[in-house]
Design a protein around this ligand. Sequence first.
Ligand code: CO
Length: 151
Amino acid sequence: MIKTIVQVGDPVLRESCKPVEKFDDALSRLLDDMRDTLLDAEGAGLAAPQIGVPLRVACVNVEEGYFEFVNPVFVWQKGEQYGAEGCLSVRGKAGNVLRPSKVKILFYDRKGDRYSLVARDFFARAICHEFDHLDGILYTDKADHIRDAED
Ligand code: CO
């Protein structure tokens, strides 16, 4: 089901999200709703607090594919990249953010199976942006040259 995307100013975006404890039907429904909402909005990623649910769940939709991350953590972050980002919760804006160019993460899928993954370039950027949401951080906290996203 497509959900309303919470906009900046809503306190849920500033919560430190709680880990998922049960890999149950409610988690699957949350992930289905996040996918429907992200694909409808044509974004690169979405975190659960953006649909009002302060849990450590995020998804990204990038060239490499569609990924769901439950209780994700970084193993390492390497290098640097500087580039433009936007956010579905900060409509109409873009800004430049310094991010690692390569990350390794650990995460669970919706069934509770554990995986690791190495991502680079834009995929790494999308992961960093979404995982920040799980700690109540918005890209605008880190960005410079925030501007209208018409261009
Ligand atoms: Co965002």
